[in-house]
Design a protein around this ligand. Structure first.
Ligand code: GAR
Length: 195
């Protein structure tokens, strides 16, 4: 079974969807760690609920990335847990070479837009501001750019005339919770058959 570590900074609803899919046998994977850069983030509580080892990583002095010492510590923790895939679920820091090189093509992210449209923060608000009629969700491999890398799967989400940022975000998150476990299932099946 593929060993996965889930990284997140916030409420962890995608983490929950993944752990639930594992529990229900819809995703063949062993979650070995949940790691957050935010103390007391709800995602850590979800890990506890599912009995997955979890830890808070002190990110260092930068706001948008880990400092080099923290990134080295993250790689150490991931290796110690024998992680094969790193799954980002709302991890709000840019990953740099140390971790990208340690897990080549084995770091996956989900983003709440149809990339390459609307990378960055609060993508659903960007879609509303641009008066899009359709937005969506993207699962992709992570490279050194923000919300960028080879696309694994996408799902469209309609934008309604009546949408507020909250109502659109909610619909997008429902799509995320369905798409992420399914996209991971496909990636891990390919990985297992190539091994
Ligand atoms: C998700 O909507 C995810 O797509 C987004 O953060 C949210 C985390 O929610 N990620 C990004 O915007 C990455 N640029 P969650 O903590 O409930 O899973």
């Amino acid at each position: 079974m593929v060993k996965i570590a889930i990284l997140g900074s916030g409420k962890g609803s995608n983490c929950r969807a993944i752990l639930q899919a594992v529990r229900e046998g819809r995703l063949a994977a062993t979650p070995v760690a949940v790691i957050s850069d935010v103390k007391n983030a709800p995602i850590l509580e979800i890990a506890r609920e599912f009995g997955v080892p979890h830890t808070c990583l002190s990110p260092g002095d930068f706001r948008t990335r880990l400092d080099p010492g923290a990134e080295a510590e993250l790689v150490r923790i991931l290796r110690e847990a024998n992680t094969e895939f790193v799954v980002l679920a709302g991890f709000m820091r840019i990953l740099k070479k140390a971790i990208l090189n340690a897990f080549p093509r084995r770091i996956i992210n989900i983003h709440p837009s149809l990339l390459p449209k609307f990378p960055g923060l609060r993508a659903w608000e960007q879609a509303l501001a641009a008066r899009e009629k359709i937005t969506g969700v993207t699962v992709h491999y992570v490279d050194e750019l923000i919300d960028h890398g080879d696309i694994i799967a996408q799902r469209e989400v309609p934008v309604l005339e009546t949408d507020t940022p909250d109502s659109l975000h909610k619909r997008i998150q429902q799509a995320e919770h369905a798409l992420y476990p399914e996209a991971l299932r496909q990636v891990f099946a390919q990985y297992a058959s190539a091994a």
